[in-house]
Design a protein around this ligand. Sequence first.
Ligand SMILES: NC(=O)c1ccc[n+]([C@@H]2O[C@H](COP(=O)([O-])OP(=O)(O)OC[C@H]3O[C@@H](n4cnc5c(N)ncnc54)[C@H](OP(=O)(O)O)[C@@H]3O)[C@@H](O)[C@H]2O)c1
Length: 196
Amino acid sequence: MPIAALTAWSMLIEYGGLQAGDTVLLQGTGGVSIFGLQFALMAGARAIITSSSNAKLERAKALGAWKTINYSEVPDWDKAALELTGGVDHVLDVGGAATMVKSINALRIGGTLSMVGFLSGLTIPEYDVTSILQKAATVRGSQVGNRHHFEKMNRAIAHHHLHPVIDHVFPLERIGDAFALLAEGKQYFGKIVVQI
Ligand SMILES: NC(=O)c1ccc[n+]([C@@H]2O[C@H](COP(=O)([O-])OP(=O)(O)OC[C@H]3O[C@@H](n4cnc5c(N)ncnc54)[C@H](OP(=O)(O)O)[C@@H]3O)[C@@H](O)[C@H]2O)c1
């Protein structure tokens, strides 16, 4: 809650000012993105989510995603998002090096890119920043969030009866298995929990 959820909450709701009717693009089906999906729906926004797995995209649809794109089958997912929307209002980028340029491409003019993650690395060699200028984009880095945002988020979660999406719960003595699942990177949807 104080990391994945708070990051999605801070970037979309507190700093991003997400409004009902806005369109959000979320990448993959890990902890930050699934909380992002839940908060986007809470705010009345439309969510597009990408994944490398069609089965996970079905689960995201069942949670309320508006559109889904398989980024393995559709490497130009930025163009697909543009075709669906004419440009999304907000992208929550968790991919980093492999996704950031495409994330900017997917934005509408005046849209916001929240730079959160680096699942594919941090370094983008020789990136031409023209697209940021042409999109008049807001690019904001994330450092999780603060206590005030955390308390507001928890109040909203309670009021909306929002339940975090938990893929696996491990007892403390199986923490090694929890880390092994996390290290595989793609075998879970939402969060892995270790019960203490
Ligand atoms: N800056 C901050 O404030 C902050 C805070 C929290 C987390 N983070 C960072 O944000 C990132 C995400 O954290 P998380 O907890 O959500 O991770 P996670 O739960 O481990 O997310 C894993 C999922 O990300 C998706 N993914 C992996 N590579 C991708 C790519 N190239 N393009 C699109 N999706 C990709 C995959 O989804 P599919 O299996 O569906 O394809 C994978 O299952 C991490 O780098 C983390 O360190 C930063």
